[in-house]
Design a protein around this ligand. Sequence first.
Ligand SMILES: [Fe+2]
Ligand SMILES: [Fe+2]
Length: 139
Amino acid sequence: MSNLFVADVGVERFNKDHQRLLFYVQEFNRLSDRFAEREAEEDEWDQLDSIFKRFDKYTQIHFKAEEELMRAYDYPQLEEHLKQHADLIDTLHRLREQIESRQAGRFTEVKAFLAKWLLEHINDHDVRYSAFFQEKGVD
Ligand SMILES: [Fe+2]
Ligand SMILES: [Fe+2]
């Protein structure tokens, strides 16, 4: 999973958000890779918590920003996109609870979710608004 990448979505501020989210994901993966062979120590759990919290918080800020822009321009696939965001937030919170209660096992589920979030949501769904916003002159 070292070759994660995010596609260009045509809106500069969202590309920046995506890069920042990708950074958190890479940090989480880098740290959690240590626990393939052993359990995490308490201070390491704290580090995982802290990265995950920042990822969670920034994801919510980012989703809100996308949704506001979509509403402002009457994006035709708004409902579908809102549903995707809501589902992702639900999963994110479930995983965050697992980490907070130190039950994330080997983190395979968390890592799979983070990769899916990036690869599928950004690269399949966010890219769909690219042409739309470009046509509206949003950069
Ligand atoms: Fe996005
Ligand atoms: Fe999105």
